[in-house]
Design a protein around this ligand. Structure first.
Ligand SMILES: [Zn+2]
Length: 84
């Protein structure tokens, strides 16, 4: 059980619960969840979010019209009828 630095480097950041992050780190020394770019993206919506909150944000990003269109497309696809 020997560690092999630089090949399978562990993320040096901490998780939300304070425990050390054990995810595999990339070239930046952080995992994809803790990479500087990822933190920038997260800042937009405030603090780290749960998966459900992220999904909610995705839905919110869609306009009501887009949402309706998607729902309609789902219904059309289920019925096997797709009109141009
Ligand atoms: Zn990490």
């Amino acid at each position: 059980m020997r560690e092999t630095p630089s090949v399978t480097q562990r993320c040096t950041s901490d998780r939300r619960d304070g425990a050390p992050c054990t995810a595999q780190a990339g070239a930046s020394g952080y995992c994809i969840g803790h990479a500087p770019g990822a933190q920038d993206a997260r800042r937009k919506g405030g603090h780290a979010k749960s998966r459900a909150e992220r999904a909610g944000a995705l839905v919110r990003a869609m306009t009501a019209g887009e949402l309706e269109e998607r729902l309609r497309a789902l219904e059309d696809g289920g019925g096997g009828k797709v009109s141009p």
